[in-house]
Design a binder for this molecule. Structure first.
Ligand SMILES: [Zn+2]
Ligand SMILES: [Zn+2]
Length: 351
């Protein structure tokens, strides 16, 4: 079958890869019908070359179950599914505590090894994939929904939702969301659904800010107006109740701490690849009595509440799709996405 394979920085290729096979009784093999390129895939595109090449990329995908192992109980051949980007076993003590990202079995080789699209867990920018522990990591797509409507349950919709959850966004809150990309969009939507009175959307891209305004957010371009002053002006001089960093830029973590009020909550869900980021502990976290949280998405915890919102039309995740291409043109999809050409937000590939 075909897949998009990592060969190094800016060197991804569509080529023949091994067909996925059942290797364990808990596995399923999924024939992929839709797969997306994620902002976090761009870290590999731009980033330092990895020592290992030749693995299939991609962690946002769905399709039809083709085969299941003998221990899979909840799914069978023919089921339409989307796949959690972070795989858990559902059995270890962390999975039992709903901390699937730290699964002691699937992530035993180290952090992130249970995110699809690495040498140990080949990804879903391909015609098919093996999904370990299918009962934990597959989500059934209701008949009323198209696969595209459910596709972002694999990662970015739960990620944005988790941003609002970690920042404890509630009824009547004022929330600052850093980023109007796919994750930022969903953090804004989740904040609105959780009852935020005002969502201030921060971005440098005017086109993205315009779309945020259409979603009912207040756009704020920090290149054009002073971020902190504008937030204070909008919050009667107090600062926001909560802030969500949804891009992954170290300096924005400090900005997020800066714009919340005393007793505010800050969450970081943008992927920050720098391991150490300076934080204002005394003047920020302590002096303002802040709650500061960060985390890696675990779609298993959010799909059950998000699916009905999509079914009821209160959320339309397809709003972020700007480009649709065949998988065969996937490298061109990466190039468009990486260059931020054509106002690109999300590229969806069809194998
Ligand atoms: Zn992703
Ligand atoms: Zn586990």
């Amino acid at each position: 079958m075909k897949g998009i394979v990592y060969h190094g920085q800016e060197d991804f290729r569509v080529e023949d890869v091994a067909d996925p096979k059942i290797q364990d009784e808990h596995d399923a093999v999924v024939r992929i019908e839709k797969t997306a390129i994620c902002g976090s895939d761009l870290h590999l595109w731009h980033g330092d070359p990895l020592p290992i090449t030749g693995f299939t990329l991609g962690h946002e995908f769905g399709g039809v179950v083709e085969e299941v192992g003998s221990a899979v109980g909840r799914f069978q051949k023919g089921d339409r599914v989307v796949v959690s980007c972070t795989a858990g076993c559902g059995q270890c003590s962390f999975c039992h505590r709903h901390l699937y990202s730290g699964c002691q079995k699937v992530a035993a080789a180290g952090a992130f090894t249970n995110v699809f699209g690495n040498p140990l867990l080949p990804g879903g920018q391909a015609e098919g994939a093996r999904v370990p522990f299918a009962d934990t990591n597959l989500f059934r797509v209701p008949e009323s929904l198209g696969l595209e409507q459910a596709l972002f349950l694999t990662d970015i919709l739960p990620t944005g939702t988790m941003g609002a959850e970690l920042a404890e966004v509630g009824f009547g809150d004022t929330v600052v969301v850093f980023g109007c990309g796919p994750v930022g969009t969903f953090a804004q939507r989740a904040s609105q659904i959780r009852g935020a009175a005002m969502v201030i959307a921060v971005d440098l891209h005017e086109g993205r800010l315009e779309r945020a305004k259409e979603r009912g957010c207040i756009p704020l371009n920090p290149a054009k107006e002073d971020l902190r002053e504008r937030v204070l002006e909008l919050t009667h001089g107090e600062g926001a109740d909560a802030a969500i960093e949804a891009i992954g830029v170290p300096s924005l973590v400090r900005d997020a701490i800066d714009v919340v009020r005393t007793g505010g909550r800050v969450s970081v869900i943008g992927v920050i690849t720098a391991d150490e980021v300076p934080l204002p502990i005394m003047s920020g976290l302590m002096a303002k009595n802040l709650t500061f949280r960060a985390g890696l998405v675990m779609p298993q915890n959010h799909v059950q509440s998000l699916m009905p919102l999509i079914e009821q039309g209160r959320l339309d995740p397809t709003e972020i799709i700007t480009h649709r291409m065949p998988l065969a043109d996937g490298v061109a999809g990466y190039e468009v996405f990486a260059a931020r050409e054509e106002d690109v937000m999300k590229v969806v590939l069809t194998p």
